[in-house]
Ligand binder design. Structure first.
Ligand SMILES: Nc1ncnc2c1ncn2[C@@H]1O[C@H](COP(=O)(O)OP(=O)(O)O)[C@@H](O)[C@H]1O
Ligand SMILES: [Mg+2]
Length: 269
C-alpha cells in the first residue's frame, strides 16, 4: 500500500480549520471488533470525503498492520511521542487515510507514564493536540483493557463507541464498562467524552441469542445504539491478513455494505 509521510501542503492551505470528532473504540473484552471497526469506519469516512486520522494505541499493532504498515520496521511510532513530548507524532498517509501507527513497545508504556491523572492526559497533550486542525475525525483503536492507554483515549475523546459482539456475557461486560467509564468521569470532571455509540458486531440474525442481546441492549440504550449492525462476514475476518480495508479487499461483500452504512450513520449524528 502506498505510504506518503505528512499532510500535503496544498491540502493544508485550502481547508478551513476544523474541530474534529474524536472517537475512541472501547471494550475491555478482546475480539469484539474494535480494530476491524476502527479501520473500516475510518476507511468508510474517508470514502465519504472526510479527513480521518486513525491512531493505534494497542501494543498488538493490529490496526497498524491492517492498513498495511509494518509496525516492526518503523523508526517512530505513537510510543515515541507519548514518552517524549519533543517527538512530533508520526503520520503516514495510507491512500488518503492518515495513520499514527503503534509499536510493540507500547506493551511497556505503563512503566513510562505516571499512573495518575497527569499520565492519562499524555495522548491528548503529546499527540492529538499537536495534530494540524485538518481532521474531521480522529479514531482511536484501544487495547482490550481499561489500562493506562484506554484511559488516555477516553480522556482525549469526545465520543466513546463500544463495539459489542452479540453473544453470552456481552451485556454484562458492557454494563461493567459503562459503570467504570462513569466512575472515571465522575472523579475527573475535565473528561468530556460521552458513550455515544453502541455497535453490534458479528451479528447473525439466525442466532436467537444474537437477536435477544440486540433487543435487550437496544431497549436499554435506545438513543445510542446504531441502527446499522455489522453482520458476521468471512471477508471481514480475512481482510486484516491481506492488509487491506474491506472496501479495497472486497467492495461488494456484506462487511463493506455494513461499514459504509455505519460511516453514513456516524455522519448523520
Ligand atoms: N463482523 C465480523 N465478521 C467476521 N469476523 C470478524 C468481524 N469483526 C471482526 N472479525 C474478526 O474477529 C477477530 C477480532 O476482531 P478485532 O476487530 O481484532 O477485535 P478487537 O480489536 O476488539 O480485539 C479478528 O480476527 C477479525 O478479523
Ligand atoms: Mg484490537
Amino acid at each position: 500500500m502506498a505510504q506518503k509521510k505528512g499532510v500535503k501542503r496544498a491540502e493544508r492551505t485550502t481547508r478551513k480549520p476544523v474541530t474534529p470528532k474524536i472517537i475512541a473504540l472501547v471494550n475491555m473484552k478482546g475480539g469484539t471488533g474494535k480494530t476491524v471497526t476502527a479501520v473500516n469506519l475510518s476507511a468508510g469516512l474517508t470514502l465519504l470525503k472526510k479527513r480521518v486520522c486513525l491512531i493505534d494505541i494497542d501494543a498488538q499493532c493490529n490496526a497498524t498492520y491492517h492498513v498495511g504498515i509494518k509496525a516492526h520496521e518503523l523508526e517512530v511510532s505513537v510510543y515515541d511521542s507519548l514518552v517524549d513530548p519533543t517527538v512530533k507524532p508520526p503520520i503516514i498517509n495510507c491512500n488518503g487515510l492518515y495513520v499514527i501507527p503503534a509499536s510493540l513497545r507500547l506493551a511497556g508504556i505503563e512503566q513510562k507514564l505516571p499512573a495518575h491523572i497527569e499520565g492519562f492526559f499524555t495522548l491528548k497533550k503529546n499527540v492529538v493536540n499537536k495534530l494540524e486542525s485538518v481532521f474531521d475525525f480522529i479514531i482511536i483503536d484501544c487495547p482490550p483493557s481499561l489500562g493506562i492507554m484506554t484511559l488516555n483515549a477516553i480522556t482525549t475523546a469526545t465520543d466513546i463507541f463500544i463495539p459489542v459482539q452479540t453473544e453470552a456475557f456481552a451485556e454484562r461486560g458492557m454494563y461493567q464498562l459503562a459503570r467504570a467509564i462513569k466512575s472515571y468521569k465522575d472523579s475527573n470532571p475535565d473528561v468530556v467524552a460521552k458513550i455515544s455509540g453502541i455497535l453490534f458486531t458479528r451479528f447473525d440474525k439466525r442466532k436467537i441469542l444474537n437477536r435477544q442481546t440486540v433487543l435487550r441492549i437496544s431497549e436499554k440504550f435506545p438513543d445510542i445504539v446504531f441502527r446499522t449492525k455489522i453482520r458476521d462476514n468471512v471477508s471481514l475476518g480475512e481482510a486484516p491478513g491481506f492488509r487491506k480495508d474491506i472496501f479495497s479487499y472486497k467492495p461488494d461483500c456484506y462487511g463493506a455494505t455494513d461499514y459504509f452504512e455505519l460511516a453514513k450513520e456516524v455522519l448523520e449524528r
